[in-house]
Design a binder for this molecule. Structure first.
Ligand SMILES: *Cc1c(COP(=O)(O)O)cnc(C)c1O
Length: 396
């Protein structure tokens, strides 16, 4: 079984590139060149060298003994939180800035929700001496202010977006508009496996380094070829597909994608796209989408800015339909509780997004001997305000 895109950029009936004519040349240039560039030896050497010496890869796989005891199974944490800039997003931005350079672009634009992708983009722009403009919803600017300050220190221009509910979806719309107005010198670094073809495939390939490392780390730590479970949170789905990619054909490895339920999947305040959505087109891609009966996009909600997106990468409805990936969901409160559990049992403060993956451990009965991988997609520094508030109200 193959889970690759077809030559038109589709996973089954999902994906594609529903773009305005004005974007056609940009997308075509990227689609025609990205595979050639990714397979070029000089590109690979440069990418791998930066991942090793700048990002600090491979990221550790850590046996969490106290958390394992708590859940009565064997839990290993894939530590993407230890990457430079504190999340998995940098894997993708390093790859894309190298591609942008080969396409002779001098200006980079990006959208950001939690600010992690904005920081990762501003970082590689500083590293390569490129101009950087980051679009960010006003709501997110207010709830993720440390990351806004970091982007500014790194020399990026942060443009506030005041349309919609002023979060990730709206920032993405603005970035697309910018690209249409600046088609020649600009590359758009999308931060997840979303958007028009070739972005879902491009970002998947760049993030697949996570499961490439897991393949040898699991063997080294456990002596087994394969884990029993891999669990990751899903906003657009880049840390999850990166964690799953090299195991897609190993059907005995159970792959769990955890969505943000917000205040509950039936509460009307949720970001659980796979349960509450229907097929539709968002950001030029046909995928599952949270929408009203007449097809207007519903405003998503999650306490976690990185999961607060009404769509999902087009590979996911396909992986869901083919039953290769199981979808779980976790509420705000469950995620907060799991974040404190991980902090106090293992000394690791996760990003709120990653805490959703950790919380799913409590929603499933594992066997004592199962090997369970949880991807910690990022660190929790940016979420301290939310954590402190929760602590003051709930924990002594
Ligand atoms: C952006 C982000 C996510 C969600 O994005 P995906 O593309 O679904 O991985 C998850 N965790 C962290 C820490 C993030 O910064």
């Amino acid at each position: 079984m193959t889970y690759d895109i077809d030559d038109r950029g589709y996973y089954g009936e999902f994906g594609g590139a529903f773009i305005p004519e004005m974007m056609y040349n940009n997308i075509k240039e990227l689609a025609n060149n990205y595979l050639k560039i990714l397979e070029d030896k000089k590109f690979k050497d440069e990418f791998n060298s930066l991942l090793k010496n700048y990002v600090g890869r491979p990221s550790p796989l850590f046996f969490a003994s106290r958390l394992s005891e708590y859940h009565n199974t064997r839990i290993y944490l894939k530590r993407e939180d230890l990457n430079h800039t504190g999340a998995h997003k940098i894997n993708n931005t390093i790859g894309q800035i190298l591609i942008a350079r080969r396409l002779r672009k001098s200006r980079i634009i990006a959208e950001t929700g939690a600010g992690q992708h904005g920081v990762a983009t501003a970082t590689v722009c500083a590293l390569m001496g490129m101009k950087c403009v980051v679009y960010m919803g006003q709501t997110d600017i207010e709830r993720q202010s440390p990351n806004v300050l970091r982007m500014k220190m790194l020399g990026a221009e942060v443009v506030p977006v005041n349309s919609g509910n002023m979060t990730l979806k709206d920032a993405t719309n603005e970035a697309i508009r910018d690209w249409i107005s600046n088609p020649v010198d600009t590359h758009y670094i999308i931060g997840s496996v979303v958007g028009p073809h070739p972005y879902p495939d491009l970002v998947t390939r760049l993030q697949s380094v996570i499961s490439e490392e897991l393949r040898f780390q699991v063997k080294e730590l456990t002596g087994e070829e394969n884990p029993d479970y891999i669990i990751a949170c899903v906003g657009g789905g880049s840390n999850a597909i990166g964690s799953f990619f090299n195991y897609l054909d190993d059907v005995n490895v159970k792959l769990i994608a955890v969505e943000a339920a917000g205040k509950g999947v039936t509460s009307g305040e949720t970001a659980a796209t796979m349960i509450t959505g229907r097929p539709g087109i968002i950001h030029a891609s046909r995928t599952m989408l949270m929408q009203t009966d007449d097809g207007q996009i519903t405003e998503p909600y999650s306490i976690s800015a990185g999961l607060d997106y009404p769509g999902i990468g087009p590979v996911y409805p396909y992986l869901h339909k083919t039953k290769r990936v199981f979808f779980g969901n976790v509420t705000d409160d469950e995620a907060l509780e799991a974040a404190f559990r991980l902090a106090r049992l293992e000394g690791i403060v996760p990003a709120l997004e990653s805490a959703h993956a950790v919380a799913w451990l409590g929603k499933h009965k594992f066997r004592k001997n199962d090997i369970v991988i949880v991807t910690i997609s990022g660190r929790g520094d940016k979420d301290m305000e939310t954590y402190i508030k929760y602590m003051d109200e709930n924990i002594s």
